[in-house]
Design a binder for this molecule. Structure first.
Ligand code: PLP
Length: 364
């Protein structure tokens, strides 16, 4: 039996992240009996009608929710974000070189992985501001580059690009932490990808979307499993795919469609604005990112002005059944992740606790 809402912890974790209860319910029913097939979803064959339908519907929903033309291929791959950091340069880093925009931790990881295949050019970086703001988008981009890679939302420092700019070279976007959180111009990117464990369900699969033109750009011999062209040709079933993670992503996509991206966007804006307003108002806390137009609506980072309050507030949240608010191990402080599954009421509950904490700890 699934735990009732009152017993469930309120999870503000950055990933694996909160999943709507109705999706957990549907996933657990499918584990026992998938669509009255007499088989668990964990047992269905990956080459057969049952899984074909899961794959087809999930791709159809991605196409619809991102408003993609049939020029885009949709893949579900293994291996998470870091495998994409590897596959992108492996497949596409050609003689023209590749450029990266460095907005923090994940961008840096992607840059480091590209270093195995060439010399990635970092053409914009906010390292000098300790990533508390977005770098300036480059004014001119060398048209001979193989691609330009950037991260739409910086999960660790809490910055987010408002939209996807146009680019004279193929743009590749890591959208892991803000996929389907807002209406945006997905087709400005030649390729984008998102690990499932933020807005698309369970860890174990990564959504990869790429324009057909990219497939002709493979720069070197790559083994089939790591080769986008081979993965497209075999419809993500080159080997046994992560069936359950893909099924959970399908449930999340259906949930996303039921709710509607416009409503999701509105709720996400509201959640972020009330939380930032409280951080800015509360005498005990300070936001990491000052510029309102750089602040992430998905990962809200802040600190206690008095470091002694950090552990106290963390413990206070734990006592109140809230989990996942500690900042990334490399930066500390707090990070509240407001992925699509988090409701406005849940954010209000946290705000009430921040106010109660202030009443107990402020110096008067
Ligand atoms: C969470 C996240 C990743 C995850 O990478 P894994 O290798 O799957 O752990 C990658 N990029 C971004 C922007 C993320 O937020």
């Amino acid at each position: 039996m699934i735990k009732r809402s009152e017993d469930r912890k309120l999870n503000f974790g950055a990933g694996p992240a909160s999943i709507p209860e109705e999706v957990l319910q549907e996933a657990s029913e499918a584990i026992l009996d998938y669509n009255a097939s007499g088989l668990s979803v964990l047992e269905i064959p990956h080459r057969g009608k049952l899984f074909d339908n899961i794959l087809d519907e999930s791709k159809q929903l991605v196409r619809e929710l991102c408003a993609l033309s049939s020029d885009y291929e949709i893949l579900w791959l293994h291996g998470g974000g870091r495998l994409q950091f590897s596959m992108i340069p492996m497949n596409f880093l050609g003689a023209g070189g590749a450029a990266y925009i460095d907005s923090g931790h994940w961008a840096q990881e992607a840059i480091a992985y590209a270093g195995y295949y060439g010399e990635p050019k970092v053409i914009a970086s906010s390292a000098g501001e300790r990533y508390a703001s977005l770098p300036e988008w480059p004014a001119s981009i060398d048209p001979s580059l193989s691609y330009l890679h950037f991260t739409t939302n910086n999960t660790i420092y809490g910055t987010q690009w408002p939209d996807i700019p146009l680019s004279p070279v193929p743009l590749i976007a890591d959208m892991s932490s803000d996929m389907l959180s807002t209406q945006r111009s997905y087709s400005n990117s030649a390729m984008f990808y998102a690990v499932a464990q933020k807005n698309l369900g369970a860890a174990g699969t990564t959504l990869v979307v790429l324009h057909k033109d990219m497939l002709a750009r493979t720069a070197r011999r790559v083994p089939p499993m790591l080769n986008y062209e081979a993965q497209v040709r075999t419809n993500s079933v080159l080997n046994t795919p992560p069936v359950f993670a893909i099924y959970t992503a399908l449930l999340m996509l259906r949930w996303t469609k039921r709710k509607g991206i416009d409503i999701i966007q509105k709720d996400n804006e509201k959640k972020a604005s009330i939380l930032y307003a409280e951080i800015d108002r509360n005498s005990l806390f300070a936001a990491v990112v000052d510029r309102p137009d750089h602040r992430s609506k998905m990962n809200v980072c802040f600190r206690a002005k008095n470091p002694e309050n950090e552990q106290l507030f963390s413990d206070f949240c734990t006592q109140n059944n809230i989990t996942g608010i500690d900042g990334h191990r490399t930066v500390g402080g707090f990070r509240v992740s407001l992925y699509n599954a988090i409701t406005i009421q849940q954010v209000e509950r946290l705000i009430t606790l921040m106010q109660a904490f202030e009443d107990d700890h402020k110096k008067d």
